[in-house]
Design a binder for this molecule. Structure first.
Ligand code: SF4
Ligand code: SF4
Length: 344
């Protein structure tokens, strides 16, 4: 573990910006925060509460060309090759990316996603300022232990840096002023993480997350889905702002020459009205309440079945902030179900 003073950390960030890799970091956007290309170290804000959109767009862009082709002839896959340093990812957002790493590398290995992921040097940072709707402590996602190349923890007079991989250790060469962290530094780091384990909890969940699949198994026909969905606009904001939503739609565009074209994909969302429309214009999730229920079942039943029980809600709280009729809060739904049907 390394220690850098705040001044030396800024020099480290400047050196990264001057390297041959693009650096993306969290910056202020009015009174909110967003990931974007970092041009000077002074713009980096590791004290942010939450970003408007999660960093998933750097592993799964909103729109991405998958391949170009000649009709009846060759095709050429498009693979990302740009190296990227992603700087300032909060633990819950990294845990969401860790989950996507599993999902995109099992069954159908997704070369496009995995190429982007491998090109990223992931620099995570522990939360300093809790956001208004975070509940990562309830979900066990307030602290991260894997998936990062470097993890940064602010400890008052500076930062403790855990360079966990060869990539992370190589990057530390840009920080010649780093010294070995002392026992006191490590104790302060532990105190920050211990506090986050319990304090990032604006919406406490009244059961262990591991019980949620069982709870949902018993709640499929519960009236809550219809009650909540009554005011849903089907706007899809709860999907687009969610770090664990990864559904996409694939389209083909044939060029005017009718001989060449491209295949691309773009984010999709299960709350959107036509998400489940298939050939023959049949929509197998036409009712709002069935789409509303599906989102919660994806988070706490279907995805956990694919990735060893991990719940695909990391408690970032973005859906709560984004939902205008205030119906998207997963904890409000789980707690209401717990109150009504109890635990078995
Ligand atoms: S469901 Fe909501 S709180 Fe959970 S990870 Fe997605 S956006 Fe965050
Ligand atoms: S953000 Fe709210 S209104 Fe929009 S689709 Fe999601 S639940 Fe419905």
């Amino acid at each position: 573990m390394w220690k850098l003073s705040k001044k030396d950390f800024q020099k480290f960030v400047t050196a990264m910006i001057g390297s041959d890799q693009q650096v993306v970091g969290v910056q202020a956007k009015g009174d909110r925060f967003a990931f974007g290309p970092l041009e000077q170290s002074e713009d980096l804000r590791l004290d942010y509460d939450v970003t408007l959109l999660p960093p998933k767009k750097y592993v799964l862009p909103q729109v991405e060309t998958l391949m170009t082709y000649k009709i009846g002839g060759d095709y050429q896959s498009e693979m990302a090759s740009e190296k990227l340093i992603l700087l300032g990812v909060h633990p819950y957002d990294l845990i969401a990316i860790n989950q996507m790493d599993k999902l995109f590398s099992q069954d159908q290995y997704d070369n496009h996603y995995m190429a982007r992921r491998k090109n990223i040097t992931m620099i995570a940072c522990d939360v300093v300022t809790p956001s208004q709707n975070v509940f990562a402590s309830s979900m066990g996602t307030a602290v991260v232990t894997e998936g990062y190349d470097i993890l940064i923890t602010e400890i008052g007079d500076g930062y403790v840096l855990d360079a966990a991989t060869d990539k992370g250790k190589a990057l530390m060469k840009l920080a010649p002023d780093a010294t070995e962290a002392s026992q006191d530094d490590l104790a302060k780091r532990k105190a920050v993480q211990d506090k986050n384990r319990t304090q990032l909890n604006k919406h406490p969940l009244e059961c262990k997350p591991s019980y949620l699949p069982k709870l949902l198994e018993r709640a499929y026909d519960h009236p809550i889905w219809e009650e909540k969905a009554r005011t849903c606009y089907s706007c899809g904001s709860c999907n687009t702002t969610c770090p664990t939503c990864y559904c996409f739609d694939v389209q083909d565009d044939v060029n005017w020459d009718l001989a060449t074209g491209k295949r691309w994909r773009a984010w999709d969302g299960c709350l959107l009205e036509n998400f489940a429309t298939v050939a023959g214009n049949h929509n197998f999730r036409k009712q709002r309440e069935s789409r509303f229920r599906h989102r919660l079942y994806r988070k706490a039943k279907y995805i956990p079945e694919k990735i060893g029980g991990e719940i695909a809600c990391v408690g970032c709280g973005r859906c709560i902030t984004a939902c205008i009729p205030d119906i998207a809060n997963p904890v409000a739904i789980y707690n209401a179900l717990l109150e009504d049907i109890g635990m078995e």
